[in-house]
Write a protein that binds this ligand. Structure first.
Ligand code: PHE
Length: 354
């Protein structure tokens, strides 16, 4: 048979092959010891010498081609049967394998919730570094050199720099200016934002803060705060009350009452500590609120003129309020969590509840 006719025959015949048994028969027919190709190869020695290598090459090419066709068919056939296998062995009524989805940490969730409340009132979200200058954390906020919060027992210093002139002036070897520390509150971002932007300003700043406190059910060396502040030409204390009351009602519920108690912060004047009516006993007095009926949730006040001066704002032209709250405390009150350490022990039994 002519080799080209044989090639055409092979190519059309393989398309008829529909099972592994048929494929085996096909292979034997063409590639077997008595197959068509063997037959052709056997004819070579009988040819005149000059034609032998030509036919030899053609037979080899056909053989390679044929092998490729067989492999291809085989893949196709086993593909079909694998698919059939899946269908036969598949119980479509069986429950699927549930993907274990991750979730946001409860602190991240509450930050996002509080952010949303303030963003709806026109605030923008900003952040600042956790390694802060001593100036922004203290001096720029009108916190004097001898304030107890600047003591090394109350702040993690990274690079305390002491200037000779300051040692002479104060007789005090405690860290003064030029130093670096882990910020002990989010208030330094007030200084940063006021320096880099112009009023009107309405900013909130969620973030981590650090204090060298002994760890117990209500203290950690690291926790989260949200700072908020507003600066414009006519910002009032009643505006502060309105904003904070809206916040408390959104987060804790409409029935919440709020009260301001006079307090002192160096960077606000007047200053207040802000309480909400106890969410457990609704103000009657219980163990959570220490029988007082009130829960302290944040510190606040009108931004001190000295802070405005430090950032180059005219305190006669501008007024502003600021507030700061501990996020873990808000989350603990909202969800009735009695130990702050639970947030950071990475126990999935706890975390999965949120
Ligand atoms: N920075 C204060 C603190 O950490 C909270 C605060 C912020 C108070 C802004 C008043 C105004 O305790």
């Amino acid at each position: 048979m002519d080799i080209n006719t044989l090639k055409t025959q092979i190519e059309s015949e393989i398309l008829q092959v529909n099972s592994t048994e048929e494929l085996e028969a096909f292979r034997a027919k063409y590639l077997g010891r008595k197959g068509a190709l063997a037959e052709l190869t056997g004819m070579i020695p009988q040819l005149p010498v000059e034609q032998r290598s030509g036919l030899g090459q053609q037979v080899n090419a056909l053989k390679n081609n044929l092998q490729a066709l067989i492999t291809e068919r085989q893949n196709k056939l086993s593909g079909v049967s694998a698919q059939q296998n899946v269908l036969v062995n598949c119980d479509i009524g069986m429950p699927g394998i549930a993907q274990d989805l991750g979730r946001l940490h409860p602190i991240t969730q509450i930050i996002e919730e509080i952010n949303a409340v303030f963003v709806n009132m026109g605030f923008v979200v900003a952040d600042g570094p956790e390694v802060e200058t001593e100036f922004n954390n203290f001096t720029g906020l009108n916190i004097p050199l001898d304030h107890p919060s600047r003591d090394a027992f109350d702040t993690f210093y990274i690079k305390p720099l002491v200037r000779n002139s300051e040692i002479q002036a104060t007789g005090d070897r405690r860290p003064a200016t030029g130093g670096l520390l882990l910020r002990s509150h989010t208030s330094p971002v007030q200084v940063r934002a006021m320096k880099s932007r112009k009023p009107p300003l309405a900013v909130i700043v969620p973030g981590r803060v650090y204090r060298p406190d002994a760890v117990d059910a209500s203290h950690l060396f690291m926790f989260h705060q949200i700072e908020g502040f507003m600066v414009d030409t006519n910002v009032t204390f009643s505006g502060l009350k309105g904003i904070l009351e809206t916040f408390a009602k959104e987060v804790f519920g409409e029935e919440i009452k709020m009260r301001f108690r006079p307090h002192f912060f160096p960077f606000t004047e007047p200053s207040a500590e802000v309480d909400i009516s106890c969410i457990i006993c609704k103000g009657k007095g219980c163990s959570v609120c220490g029988r007082k009926g009130w829960l302290e949730i944040l510190g606040a006040g009108m931004i001190h003129p000295n802070v405005f001066k430090q950032v180059g704002y005219d305190p006669k032209k501008y007024s502003g309020f600021a507030f700061g709250m501990g996020i873990e405390r808000i989350a603990m009150l909202k969800y009735g969590i009695n130990d702050i350490r639970l947030f950071f022990e990475n126990d999935l039994r706890f975390l999965k509840q949120f």
